[in-house]
Design a protein around this ligand. Structure first.
Ligand code: GFB
Length: 314
C-alpha cells in the first residue's frame, strides 16, 4: 500500500472508521474514498456492487458495522445479525470481484466463548457456547471471519481479520440506551457533576472484567497489519490488561471529578464475566498498544465536553 493507493474506508463516520481515516490522513495517504450512509447503504447489494465497479478501490478497511453495548445487543438481535451479515457479505464479495488487492475485516472479542480461558487466544474461536447477550452480533462477526478465510482459500483473495477488544475514544456513541460502558459512564458522571446529583447508577454488579483499547491504538494496529500481515489466521488486538467495571467506574469518576456515590443496579445484566485477549501473536509481529487507560479516558472526556456535551453530535 503506497501513499497514492486508492483506499476505501467503509464506515468512516463511526468510532473505528473515523480513527482509521485520521490515521491514514496523518500518514500522508492522499487517495481516500468514503461514502456516508445516505450516499451508499452497504446493506444494499446492488448499490455496493455498483460502487465497487465504478470506484475500483485497491485497499479496503471494512469498519462499517451495526454495533452497540450490552443492552442494544440484547434488545435488537435481528438488526444486529441481519445488518452485519449484509454489510460484510456485500463488501467482501464486491471487493473480491472488482480486484481489490487487500481487505481488512474487523471482528470483536465477543466472538470467543463466554467461558473461554483467560487471556483468550485466537485458537479458542468456536470451542464453546457464546455469551447470550451478544451471540447474534458474534455469529455475524464469526461469519465474516470465515468468509474472509474462505475467499482466501478458494479465490486467493487477500483478506485479513482483526479481533479488537472493547474500544473507546473520540467519536463514540454517547446514547445511554445503546452505548458501551465507557461513553455511558463519561456522560453519566459528567451530567451528575453538572447537575449536582448525589449518585451515579452503574449497571450490573461491577464485578465483570473488561479490557479497553483506545481507538487510535486500534487504527495504528490496523495500518500496521495492512502493511505487515497476509495471513488467514485472525489476530487479537488489545492491551493485554483488564479492569473490573467497579475500577473503571472509579477511574472515570476521578477523571470527571464527580464527588458523589456510585450505586450498582443489579437488575441490569453483567454479560460475560471476563474478556481479556491474549495479544502475544500481535506482539510477536512487533506491535504494542501505547495509550494508557487513564490518559485515554481523560482525552475522551475532553472530546466529550468539547463536542457532544456542547450539543454537537446529538
Ligand atoms: O460496554 P458494554 O455494554 O459491553 O458493557 P460488553 C460492559 C460492562 O459494563 C457490562 C457494564 O457488565 C455492563 O453491565 N455497565 C455498567 C454498563 N454501566 C453501564 C452502562 O451505563 N452502560 C453500558 N453499556 N454498560 C459488548 C457486546 O459487550 O461489547 C458487543 O454487547 C461488543 O457485542 C462489545 O462485543 C465490544 O463488553 O458487555
Amino acid at each position: 500500500m503506497d501513499k497514492e493507493s486508492k483506499i476505501f474506508v467503509a464506515g468512516h463516520r463511526g468510532l473505528v472508521g473515523s480513527a482509521i481515516l485520521r490515521k491514514l490522513q496523518a500518514e500522508g495517504y492522499t487517495n481516500l474514498v468514503t461514502r456516508t450512509r445516505a450516499e451508499l447503504d452497504l446493506r444494499d447489494q446492488a448499490a455496493v456492487n455498483r460502487f465497487f465497479e465504478e470506484e475500483r478501490p485497491e485497499y479496503v478497511f471494512l469498519a462499517a458495522a451495526k454495533v452497540g453495548g450490552i443492552l442494544a445487543n440484547s434488545t435488537y438481535p435481528a438488526d444486529f445479525i441481519r445488518d452485519n451479515l449484509q454489510i460484510q457479505t456485500n463488501v467482501i464479495d464486491a471487493a473480491y470481484r472488482t480486484g481489490v488487492k487487500k481487505l481488512l475485516f474487523l471482528g470483536s472479542s465477543c466472538i470467543y466463548p463466554k467461558y473461554a480461558p483467560q487471556p483468550m487466544k485466537e485458537e479458542y474461536l468456536l470451542t464453546g457456547p457464546l455469551e447470550p447477550t451478544n451471540e447474534w452480533y458474534a455469529v455475524a462477526k464469526i461469519a465474516g471471519i470465515k468468509m474472509a478465510q474462505a475467499y482466501r482459500r478458494q479465490y486467493g483473495f487477500n483478506a485479513i481479520s482483526l479481533m479488537p477488544t472493547n474500544l473507546y475514544g473520540p467519536g463514540d456513541n454517547f446514547d445511554l440506551e445503546t452505548s458501551h460502558v465507557i461513553p455511558a459512564l463519561i456522560r453519566k458522571f459528567h451530567e451528575a457533576k453538572v447537575e449536582g446529583k448525589p449518585h451515579v447508577v452503574v449497571w450490573g454488579t461491577g464485578k465483570p472484567r473488561r479490557e479497553f483499547l483506545h481507538v487510535d491504538d486500534l487504527a495504528d494496529a490496523a495500518l500496521f497489519l495492512m502493511k505487515n500481515n497476509d495471513n488467514e489466521e485472525i489476530i487479537n488486538v488489545g492491551v493485554g490488561e483488564d479492569v473490573s467495571i467497579r475500577e473503571l467506574a472509579e477511574l472515570i469518576q476521578d477523571v470527571v471529578g464527580f464527588k458523589g456515590e456510585i450505586v450498582f443496579d443489579t437488575t441490569k445484566p453483567d454479560g460475560t464475566p471476563r474478556k481479556l485477549l491474549d495479544v502475544s501473536r500481535l506482539q510477536a509481529l512487533g506491535w504494542k498498544a501505547r495509550i494508557p487507560l487513564r490518559e485515554g479516558l481523560a482525552s475522551t472526556y475532553r472530546w466529550y465536553v468539547e463536542n457532544f456535551s456542547a450539543g454537537v453530535g446529538r
